[in-house]
Design a protein around this ligand. Structure first.
Ligand code: UDX
Length: 466
């Protein structure tokens, strides 16, 4: 099938490459000429596993890039809108890009098209897209508007697209639902998984995935409600972690106990420094705005957001507990991205903590395998320097802080780390290590929701004594 994907950001680029992988002919449209040229040259502008391979595989055949929206619409049966929906000042989603694309599409419709919202948008957006298109001259019988939300996690977005837990299609007409079903047939019908070149099946993937058909409004709500629920799980476990600390329990043991209840499940119950990224913070405030506008006072969401923000303060409290005065301290920071496996620093709790520590007068040597240059664009403070390795960052530091869950941070050579640090103190916001093992290696170790670990015979490092 011929498809256009408008917007070559994270969602658009991954969706476009994956639709090409499924055998469709895809035109990716972007209004940034530099981005289009870079994509035509074969550059992958985001750090995403398998994306470079897919772009290379399909760039000269089924996947093309253009700035010409009208031509792409005319050539395509289905047009996916995947442009940004950043938060407006009041927290609601700013849908001006979506509106402008809808206007752009309207003028180029001469045969039946399905227009699909793939960006995360509030309920009623499909109605508005339809209205805007009609106002701009699109013939009503020649198009339908549908919702098909994406559940892509950064870092594993390609695998999430090709091996989804479910595919949600929100279509209000049979004709439109049929077209969308066809787009996903290689996944829902299972043929993709038999292809020799298919990307490796992730653990626990359910193939073929179920395809859930709903109305457009239900589909729009599914996306916001899913992300809010996942964020709620994280805030819930972070609040439980605080209680664990107060009473001397271990949150990892508690998670094992509650997560093994199949009604709850173990995923998204990792305590830490709070959620960040381009989706959860934005979607939570947007969903809260949707609820408010529809007359529902969804105060649970306020609490989820509050706990998340408090989590950074709790981490900073641990740094103070270990070091007392922060001014003038040299700290090693591992991780700037909002989570491991990505170079994205948007709404990164790690970056917020670094900024807070700089404000307190700390000097910071940071290491992140992918996000350093993006972080450097945001924080220009001279007291933040970037190291080439975890050990380089740790050199003569008063303490090491782990802020992002990169896999390589969980596999450090502890004796080398001990030698590099001025004081053997590790404050781990992601619970990457076993506290006992850290103490055995002579490290004072503070983590989230677990008892502090202090090496034997190091009374100078004993936090209680301090
Ligand atoms: C999320 C959703 O998972 C995805 O379905 C949606 O389409 C986009 O938003 P993403 O933002 O890429 O994906 O990251 P995700 O892996 O969900 O993590 C979000 C944040 O929560 C990160 O900061 C992460 O570190 C944090 N997190 C996640 C936790 O603190 N604990 C957990 O148990 C899981």
């Amino acid at each position: 099938m011929k498809l256009a994907v408008v917007g070559s950001g994270h969602v658009g680029l991954v969706a476009g490459a994956c639709f090409a992988e499924l055998g469709h002919e895809v035109i990716l449209v972007d209004n940034d000429p530099a981005r289009v040229t870079a994509l035509q040259r074969g550059e992958a502008p985001i750090h995403e596993q398998f994306l470079p391979e897919l772009l290379e595989r399909h760039r000269h055949t089924r996947l093309s890039f253009t700035g010409d929206l009208a031509a792409a619409v005319q050539a395509s049966r289905v047009i996916f809108i995947a442009v940004g929906t950043p938060p407006a000042e009041d927290g609601a989603a700013d849908l001006s890009y979506v509106e402008s694309v809808a206007r752009g599409i309207a003028g180029s419709i001469h045969s039946y098209k399905v227009v699909v919202e793939k960006s995360t948008v509030p309920v009623y957006t499909s109605n508005w897209i339809r209205t805007i298109m009609l106002r701009n001259g699109a013939p009503p019988e020649l198009f339908d508007v549908a919702s098909n939300p994406e559940f892509l996690r950064e870092g594993s977005a390609v695998a999430d697209f090709l091996f989804p837990d479910r595919i949600v299609i929100g279509a209000d007409t049979v004709r439109c639902a049929t077209v969308l079903r066809d787009c996903y047939l290689p996944l829902a019908g299972g043929s993709y998984y038999l292809c020799p070149g298919a990307i490796p099946t992730p653990d626990q993937a359910q193939v073929p995935p179920p395809l859930i058909e709903t109305t457009a409004k239900s589909s729009e709500l599914i996306k916001h409600a899913s992300n809010a629920f996942l964020a709620m799980k994280i805030s819930y476990i972070n609040a439980v972690a605080s209680i664990c600390e107060s009473v001397g329990a271990n949150v990892e043991q508690v998670v094992r106990g509650i997560g093994s209840d199949s009604r709850i499940g173990p995923r998204f119950l990792r305590p830490g420094i709070g959620y960040g990224g381009s989706c959860f913070p934005k979607d939570l405030t947007a969903f809260r705005a949707v609820a408010r506008e529809s007359g529902c006072d969804f105060r649970l969401l306020d609490e989820v957001i509050r706990i998340n923000e408090e989590q950074r303060q709790r981490f900073l409290g641990k740094v103070r507990k270990a070091l007392w005065i922060l001014k003038g301290k040299r700290l090693a920071v591992l991780g700037l991205a909002f989570k491991g496996g990505t170079d994205d620093v948007r709404e990164s709790p790690a970056l917020a903590i670094v900024q807070a520590l700089l404000r307190e007068g700390c000097e910071i040597a940071a290491y992140d395998p992918a996000a350093a240059s993006r972080a450097a664009e945001i924080i220009t403070d001279q007291r933040l320097t970037f190291a080439k390795s975890a050990y380089g960052a740790a050199e003569q530091a008063d303490a090491l802080l782990i802020l992002t869950d990169w896999e390589e941070f969980a596999e450090l050579d502890l004796s080398r780390l001990h030698t590099a640090l001025r004081y053997p103190i590790v404050i781990d916001g992601r619970n990457l290590y076993d506290p006992e093992k850290m103490a055995e290696n002579g490290l004072v170790y503070l983590s989230m929701g677990r008892p502090d670990a202090i090496p034997e015979k190091r009374t100078d490092l004993n936090l209680k004594a301090a």
